[in-house]
Ligand binder design. Sequence first.
Ligand code: UD1
Ligand code: CA
Length: 457
Amino acid sequence: MPKKVNIVILAAGKGTRMRSSLPKVLHSLSHKTLLGHVVDTSRSVDADNICVVYGHGGDQVLDTFSGQDDVAWAEQKEQLGTGHALKVAIPKLEKEGVTLVLYGDVPLTRKETLEKLIADCGENSIALLTAKVADPTGYGRIVRDSSAKVTAIVEHKDANAEQLKIDEINTGILALPAGKIEKWVNAFSNDNAQGEYYLTDVIELAVNEGCSVNTTCVDDFYETLGVNSRQQLAELERYYQLQEAEKLMAAGVTLRDPARLDVRGSVTVGQDSIIDVNVIFEGDCEIGANVNIGANCHFKNAKIGANTTILANSIIEDSSIGEYANIGPYARLRPGTDLADKTKVGNFVEIKNANIDVGSKVNHLSYVGDAKVGKGVNIGAGSITCNYDGVNKHQTVIEDKCFIGSNSALVAPVKIAKGSTVGAGSTITVSTDEETLTVARAKQRAIKGWKRPVKKK
Ligand code: UD1
Ligand code: CA
């Protein structure tokens, strides 16, 4: 039977250095809060039990996670130290298996790292995640005996000159045998430099009882870096984004500059696609192969078919585009836009809740909303579907092979029947007949002998 896995996430700290009215763990890294990252990683290792120890900004934290019933909450009213924080969680934890302790402000720990700690922790052994660092200032030091066995963790403020030289530090992440936690936690004292109950004291207690300590030293320090300030948040954000960029490049995507791409959600991109600078992907995006994306494009829940080109400064949200399409520059595709293969949408065109079929073109300065457009249609510059009467939205249908002259207003509900042509500048309020030319504008007049007014002297 696999062992039970409890995860406790310590998140009661104040986060003073963020200088924020928002609790620290609710600040976002990419598309998720710091705490959200830790909770999701905890879920990814199939924890039986996830308990967050919260304190500062309690209501806001609870509200943010409301509805996520797999997370239990334990309030730590006063922040008396990491050892006290774990104690507060005990009533919510199972007393068998492993209890893994994580920090709510350390967002980028990998699933594989947690799995290793869970595997390395037994009924009589602790698993501890350490790191070797150039500057260990501020961290707890890992103290080992002459045979390299861990004997204790000494906090920076309590360390002697010899211990301060140790460059192996405590990341704070560790796995403990669940059955022994209660006894250990009750044995902590706060007789130390900071007057706190230190969780790190667990090591010495356990070793004195004959417990062994299995250490894993992280390769990638970013996995254990916490956020204490906006600077550190920005640093972790860049690191996270670079990893996303590297995943795309590894999948065969060219990024003009991997440092100028932001993924706030999930994105898949097909081989040989090329992405220019300052592109943002939000939500779930799916981009095909050989797609060319210009600078400064913003995608949110967008699906783009293979061989399509999206030119610079286009914004595409909750929309899907077929293959060999040509979009932008400066196109705005709002929710519900569905463009078929070989469609063309040009500059300063807005499309919303509309289906546009194969090979149709909306090249310049148009608004197409609540519309169904057939195949091979050409919508001239500045044409508008007047879809809103101030109360209700109405649909415009433009059938196959229609030609809509520039600057036409199609007042919905209206149908432009197959093969028909609308003369430029028309205001169409009645549906047209197939294969006809409809012109609905004032007739041109020539007034002979008319004189321009002249200024009086
Ligand atoms: C802790 C470790 C130190 C380690 C360092 C790594 C202890 C005594 N020290 O020190 O060995 O090198 O982390 O960053 O454990 N928290 C609570 N309640 C509290 C106190 C803290 O929930 O009463 C939470 C904080 O919100 C934070 C985490 O525990 O997420 C760590 O607290 P922090 O004060 O940053 O610990 P350090 O002093 O840095
Ligand atoms: Ca810290």
